[in-house]
Design a protein around this ligand. Structure first.
Ligand code: DGT
Ligand code: CA
Ligand code: CA
Ligand code: ZN
Length: 592
């Protein structure tokens, strides 16, 4: 058994809810089972320790738990005794496993997945792709020409997404491989280079650079590390492998005296390298991966002569009459960054998280735990922003539940020292731009994040109008994950970002950079547009579980790529300034 016992049971119940939907089960029964999964996930103590759970003789204590009915209690007791749930196993047998990947496509609900299966015999993504290509889907219930075209695009997007790895997956993998390399004999220094060092949202391969004198020995050791599935190349200064995680890793081995030049070269981007080389030529020098040298290049592999600079990136930029440029800004043909690199926001600048979910909706953390984690991170403020009623799948709160929840948060806030706890909401922006709560309800909260969750394929014009409603709403502080895109999975809304940014600047509403590595929304290019328009930016984790607070760094990398200085990020402000803005956001716009 892996993970905490409750988590394992929770994932089985979540799977069961999904399979029930596919098998056409009654909606309320499905929701009840999904609820059990959430209850189990949130439960701090072992479910099997509840009296009667292990013996299975008297289930009344289980049934007494909120959200758990007779049949769920029976299944939990079976699981505690045997580690199995017979009902789930029966469901699994009746449903092709490949249907889950189809259900996972944007715009595909259980009814459509079921219809594809029952009416066209489609049981996996490959089958669906072929059926679309062959024109075999016409005439199937629920499938118009437009839906078919959307499906085709969604599959193409999914396949493209599978080729490049998300930043949030690649960075921890690269860090653990870098630690393996650092531990090798004769290795002095290891750095991550390439698109990963630049904080790109997806990564083609991992580039590592290390300092060592004995290149061949290090290359040999690298290709025999644990986790290597295939050796692609092995030389005296470099090696490339495929890893079990499904990604290629390139290692270059350089002497310490040329480390800066190599790091600069292998960090890229390619366009940045080309622009720097041209700048060197304009100054009567030449730049390559070994250093910056006087005079013109004498051809490939030219490494003769003493370099003008080579050991550090700073020295090379300096000799090219440039300040050091942060890797996140090394994109595009123009070298000059939009802001000085040392003003860019950092993880250490962040003092508040303004978008976090608790067990009241679909999070796994109690409010008390959220407070503890905020304190551990040295935050001065944290906002609990659970979902609103239209987000049924996420157990969104109706107005009554919101009132109870907010009152409880306020009571905890009153006793809370060191951290200011805010009673907020992540309110749905409905398809037509209306918000999911009335103004009076919203006005009673400390903080309102308004986000689009459904209708994410409406036209650009409708999307712009919809988001403008939210940005201009006097009770809304932050526009949450503005486009709703999921990297490699869902394109999301395509609004006129310039119009949104201009309205945000005028009203003092902040635009969110959602740090979840699946979202990174706003994306880098949008952040740049927002900053040019004068808008404020919020960087929030949208954490649903404790470890998700660590996703902050992906939001920071994205924000840095967008050129965000700390003073334009509300989460980096001192408490006084943040709370003044929360009370009167347009006042901040006037002051700015
Ligand atoms: P990726 O891996 O597709 O996410 O993107 P990168 O930027 O990591 O690209 P990669 O791994 O092919 O190469 C790493 C760096 O090496 C790249 O950012 C710049 C440098 N580089 C690679 N090929 C060339 C080239 O043909 N010319 C120049 N000037 N630099 C190159
Ligand atoms: Ca790379
Ligand atoms: Ca590479
Ligand atoms: Zn959220």
């Amino acid at each position: 058994m892996t993970g905490r016992p409750n988590e394992e049971a929770a994932s089985l119940f979540a799977e069961m809810a999904l399979l029930m939907e596919l098998s056409g089960a009654d909606r309320f029964r499905v929701l009840a089972v999904a609820r059990v999964a959430r209850v189990l996930e949130a439960m701090p103590t072992d479910i099997c320790d509840v009296p009667g759970a292990r013996s299975g003789e008297d289930l009344s204590a289980l049934v007494a738990l909120e959200g758990i009915g007779e049949s769920s209690a029976r299944r939990i007791a079976e699981w505690c005794r045997t580690g199995r749930i017979t009902d789930l196993e029966q469901l699994r047998e009746g449903i092709p496993p490949g249907l889950i990947a189809i259900l996972d496509l944007p715009g595909v609900g259980p009814a459509l997945a079921r219809s594809l299966w029952q009416n066209a015999g489609i049981v996996d993504l490959d089958g669906l792709e072929k059926a679309i290509a062959d024109g075999r889907l016409e005439g199937i219930p629920r499938l118009g020409a437009k839906t078919i075209e959307n499906l085709r695009q969604a599959i193409a997007e999914r396949r493209r997404g599978a080729e490049r790895m998300r930043l949030g997956r690649a960075l921890p993998i690269a860090e653990s491989i870098a630690a393996q390399v650092r531990a090798l004999d004769g290795v002095d220094r290891v750095e991550i280079a390439g698109s990963l060092r630049r904080g790109a949202e997806t990564i083609g391969d991992i580039d590592l650079l290390c300092v060592a004198e004995d290149g061949p020995a290090v290359a040999r050791a690298f290709v025999t590390l644990d986790g290597v599935s295939r050796v692609l190349a092995e030389g005296s200064t470099r090696a490339s492998v495929m890893r079990d995680e499904g990604i290629q890793v390139d290692l270059r081995i350089v002497p310490a005296r040329a480390f800066g030049a190599a790091l600069l070269y292998f960090t890229g981007s390619k366009q940045h390298n080309i622009a720097l080389r041209q700048r060197a030529i304009d100054r009567g020098m030449h730049l390559n991966e070994y250093g910056l040298f006087k005079g013109p290049s004498r051809g490939a592999g030219d490494a003769q002569g003493r370099p003008v600079a080579a050991a550090t990136e700073e020295a090379i930029y300096g000799k090219l009459d440039l300040p050091w440029i942060a890797p996140e800004l090394r994109e595009g043909e123009t070298i000059a960054p939009p802001v000085p690199s040392d003003t860019l926001v950092t993880v250490e600048d962040i003092r508040a998280d303004l978008h976090v979910h608790s067990t009241a909706s679909d999070g796994s953390m109690e409010v008390e735990e959220i407070i503890r984690l905020a304190r551990a991170r040295g935050f001065h403020s944290i906002a609990v922003t659970d979902h609103s009623r239209s987000s049924v799948q996420a157990n969104g709160l109706d107005v009554d539940r919101l009132h109870v929840h907010a009152a409880r948060i306020r009571a905890l806030a009153a006793q809370c020292r060191g951290v200011r706890l805010l009673a907020g909401s992540e309110v749905d922006i409905l398809a037509d731009g209306r918000l999911d709560y009335d103004d009076r309800t919203l006005g009673g909260l400390d903080l309102v994040v308004a986000s689009p969750h459904a209708a994410l394929r409406q036209s650009p014009d409708s999307a712009t109008a919809r988001l403008l409603c939210a940005v201009r709403h006097p009770r809304v502080h932050i526009l949450g994950h503005p486009t709703g895109r999921l990297i490699g999975r869902r394109r999301g809304l395509e609004p006129d970002i310039r119009a949104i940014a201009a309205a945000a600047a005028a009203t003092g509403t902040a635009l969110e950079v959602n740090a979840n590595s699946l979202r990174l929304d706003l994306r880098d290019a949008h952040i740049r547009i927002a900053l040019d328009a004068g808008a404020l930016i919020a960087i929030n984790t949208d954490a649903h579980a404790p470890e998700q607070f660590d996703q902050l760094r992906y939001g920071i990398l994205t924000a840095r790529r967008g050129g965000l200085p700390a003073d334009r990020c509300v989460n980096a402000w001192p408490a006084r300034r943040l709370h003044a803005w929360l009370k009167d956001k347009s006042g901040e716009a006037r002051r700015a």
